[in-house]
Design a protein around this ligand. Structure first.
Ligand SMILES: NC(=O)c1ccc[n+]([C@@H]2O[C@H](COP(=O)([O-])OP(=O)(O)OC[C@H]3O[C@@H](n4cnc5c(N)ncnc54)[C@H](O)[C@@H]3O)[C@@H](O)[C@H]2O)c1
Length: 316
């Protein structure tokens, strides 16, 4: 008898879905992993290739390609399905096509009797997370977008590199839209417990080339450069998603900036946006509300306003 086996399903096994699957297998995140794609040959190929890694990875996971009925007893379904990327598209240009894909996928997941959690990766991720919440009928704590978690990892790495410290010693995050309007709340960022703005003030010579605005721009734009060069971003989003999945499956109560439903936090309601959230085995346990500076509050409102505009375009 299988007692308490944890199960994850990935829908969409393109560049991102396959990278997430590989990271899950290498880190033995769950017991059962099922891959679904509209292109069945692709999900079969990814699953079979992953099975061939099991002999050396030491992971005892069961990996297979499957159908939507298999979502029935899944703890988490990850959605990474999309239409092929067209050069120059912003994440928000992908809106209507992505919504069409969700219209196809989400009813199939729910028809299986699924009652777990959904982690949305598909862009534009904030609007898609909201849409999946509405389409699925699942409570908002159970539908989570990867939001600005990946941007935050990029920022952490960048600051760690500048300061020559371990990224784990950097507490940094991006907030708002996972896209061009996201903000970096510099007032909240610390390295080794010291406010980063104080570090800049105290190290004017060493950090003379450090410019807050250009770092914000670089973090926003780096994904476009990676996608133009290698066709997709994969490893960063894979590690990001696996951290979110692990926080849920292992009831870690870990704080990760994800796309979550706002219920009055940051003065906003009824929309998903990237904010720090405590993740446990129920999904989003609570949101962390920072004391942002006045200008950060204005910028965040602007970014959330963009997500709301796009929600309106979908008549949500
Ligand atoms: N949230 C983030 O931080 C983040 C980071 C990277 C990528 N992304 C997004 O992830 C998505 C996937 O990117 P990718 O590079 O893997 O794309 P891709 O084109 O390589 O893969 C998409 C996969 O989805 C499948 N698919 C399409 N329609 C489907 C349907 N109706 N049902 C099931 N499967 C379907 C395709 O067959 C394909 O295998 C994109 O929306 C991308 O923008 C998000």
């Amino acid at each position: 008898m299988a007692i308490g086996r944890s199960k994850v399903v990935i829908v969409g096994t393109g560049s991102v879905g396959a990278a997430v699957a590989f990271d899950m297998v290498m880190n033995y995140i769950c017991d059962d992993l099922t891959l679904i794609d509209i292109n069945k040959e692709k999900s079969w190929a990814e699953a079979t290739d992953l099975q061939h890694s099991l002999g050396y990875s030491g992971s005892r996971m069961r990996v297979k390609a499957g159908e939507y009925e298999e979502c029935k007893d899944a703890d988490i379904v990850i959605i990474a399905a999309a239409l092929p990327y067209i050069t120059g598209q912003t994440r928000l240009d992908m809106l209507e096509k992505a919504a069409g894909i969700m219209n196809n996928i989400v009813p199939n997941i729910m028809k299986s009797g699924f009652f777990g959690m959904i982690v949305v990766i598909t862009n534009p991720v904030d609007v898609m997370s909201y849409y999946v919440h509405k389409l699925s009928g699942l409570p908002s704590n159970k539908v989570i977008g990867t939001g600005t978690a990946l941007d935050s990892a990029r920022l952490k790495y960048h600051l760690a590199d500048v300061m020559s410290v371990d990224p784990q010693s950097v507490h940094a995050l991006c907030m708002g839209e996972h896209g061009d309007s996201q903000i970096i709340p510099w007032s909240q960022i610390t390295v080794g417990g010291k406010k980063f703005l104080d570090i800049i003030n105290d190290n004017k010579i060493r950090l003379k080339c450090f410019d807050l605005n250009s770092v914000t721009e670089d973090i926003k734009k780096i994904a476009y450069r990676i996608v133009n060069a290698k066709g997709a971003t994969t490893f960063g989003i894979a590690a990001t998603t696996v951290q979110i999945v692990k926080a849920i499956l292992r009831d870690e109560n870990k704080v990760i900036p994800v796309s979550a439903m706002l219920n009055g936090e940051y003065g906003e309601s009824g929309t998903y946006a990237g904010v720090p959230a405590v993740l446990d085995n129920q999904g989003v346990k609570e949101l962390v509300e920072y004391h942002l500076s006045e200008s950060e509050k204005v910028e965040l409102k602007k970014s959330i306003g963009i997500i709301k505009d796009y929600k309106k375009r979908l008549k949500l």
